[in-house]
Design a binder for this molecule. Structure first.
Ligand SMILES: [Cu+2]
Length: 172
């Protein structure tokens, strides 16, 4: 069926109703719905703004509430579900490296309970830190240059998750 014929049929079926009923007021009818839905739309919009804003503020507050550095001499490494910060470290060969590992996550996380790990198998490093806490660890960097991958195998699907990995570079 062509577009034109469908329009024609629509027009003929509508005509009798219009003539038989009360005088049509298309303007009034058309103007009503927007004025009625506008407050609803505004309310929905305001609700979304509040929701998004609330979530954003919550995230910022959670970040700020994370434990701060307690050891100024240590390299600060923060772990959260989002990954390691920083995701890479560079140290000198043979250097005694002091790292303060902090978990920025709360115990409310169902995946790992806010615990994170910093493990480098080749260097026998296996550090773990609990929710919203930090701990200072030390190790001696290898005597030769090289790179080592570290991982956390506690949360987020384990050490295969790219966000739960980092790279330690040892320079000569
Ligand atoms: Cu982790």
């Amino acid at each position: 069926m062509s577009r034109r014929s469908r329009t024609a049929r629509f027009a003929t079926t509508r005509t009798p109703t219009r003539q038989g009923g009360p005088p049509p007021r298309p303007e009034a009818r058309r103007a009503e719905p927007p004025s009625r839905t506008r407050p609803v739309r505004l309310a929905i919009f305001a609700g979304l703004v509040l929701l998004v804003g609330g979530v954003a503020i919550g995230l910022v507050v959670t970040r700020l509430q994370g434990p701060g550095a307690t050891d100024a001499a240590a390299i600060q490494v923060r772990a959260s579900m989002g990954g390691f910060d920083p995701p890479a470290l560079t140290v000198k060969a043979g250097q005694t490296v002091r790292v303060e590992l902090t978990s920025m996550d709360t115990s409310m996380h169902s995946d790992g309970g806010g615990w994170h790990q910093f493990a480098i198998d080749a260097l026998d490093i296996d550090w773990k830190v609990g929710p919203l806490s930090s701990q200072v660890f030390e190790f001696t960097a290898p005597g030769t240059a090289g790179t080592y991958d570290w991982y956390c195998d506690i949360c987020c699907g384990g050490k295969e998750n790219p966000s739960m990995q980092g790279k330690l570079t040892v320079t000569a």
